[in-house]
Design a protein around this ligand. Structure first.
Ligand code: NI
Ligand code: MN
Length: 237
């Protein structure tokens, strides 16, 4: 997996941290505290410049408010979730919708793309409307193009993501039950034309039973790398 100088750390479940050469620190779906797969030393970070959220479910929204209020992270998310964050005191929130592209800290160009899933947000114990779920294509200046699928089943328009942005590395859920399983994720990787897949959203709970080994089996002979990361251990950089 060629990250072109970008440091990547999987933090368990769908949580990912990306750090550029100048130190800009970016989280996707920062479920840290309460995430059984997130190492204890990663649960209260000291720096976060940006957060990209795929949807409002608690295992993705996670510590977003903490990173926004305590660390001043700028949050990029679905419009309905932006309102939720703003009402809770977050001052740097960019709400958008699918198809939109924004520029975030570090000069990252981020496009919100589709996901086939559901969306809600915990509104002080009630289930609130969180808009539709999404994925992100993140283009790093001088670096790679990454695709974080969020929670989704496979969908044919992943071929359009390939055509329009040509991601090199994809973070794909493989656990099944709430998302794609390994056979779907393997097919998705082929649709996306990526060089490498980082499997996410597996093993956190028993029901998320898909494994990186099953994904590797399903991709045997494809030339697509399965980069199964150890939570909390950075790669690249
Ligand atoms: Ni979800
Ligand atoms: Mn999820």
């Amino acid at each position: 997996m060629d990250l072109k100088g970008l440091e990547l750390t999987w933090l368990g479940h769908a949580a990912v941290r990306l750090r550029t050469a100048d130190g800009t620190t970016i989280y996707v779906d920062p479920w840290l505290t309460g995430n059984p797969s997130c190492p204890a030393q990663e649960q209260h970070p000291g720096r976060a410049d940006a957060v990209y959220l795929t949807h409002g479910h608690g295992d993705h929204f996670g510590d977003t408010l903490d990173l926004a209020l305590r660390l001043g992270a700028e949050v990029f998310c679905m419009n309905e979730i932006a309102g939720h964050l703003s009402r809770r005191g977050a001052s740097q929130v960019v709400g958008l919708n699918k198809g939109g592209t924004v520029t975030g800290p570090g000069g990252v160009r981020a496009t919100m793309v589709d996901a086939v899933h559901s969306g809600s947000i915990d509104d002080d114990g009630r289930i609130g409307y969180g808009g539709e779920p999404a994925g992100w294509v993140l283009t790093f200046p001088g670096g790679p193009v990454l695709y974080h699928a969020g929670d989704t089943m496979i969908f044919g328009d992943m071929a359009l993501i390939r055509e329009l942005w040509a991601p090199e590395v994809a973070f794909l859920p493989i656990g099944g039950h709430y998302t794609m399983d390994p056979p779907q994720a393997a097919r998705a990787a082929r649709l996306l034309g990526v060089a490498a897949v980082v499997p996410i959203h597996y093993g956190t709970f028993p029901v998320l039973a898909g494994t990186p080994a099953q994904l590797a089996d399903a991709l045997a002979g494809s030339g697509i790398e399965v980069a199964a990361l150890v939570a909390g251990v950075p790669v690249g950089g």
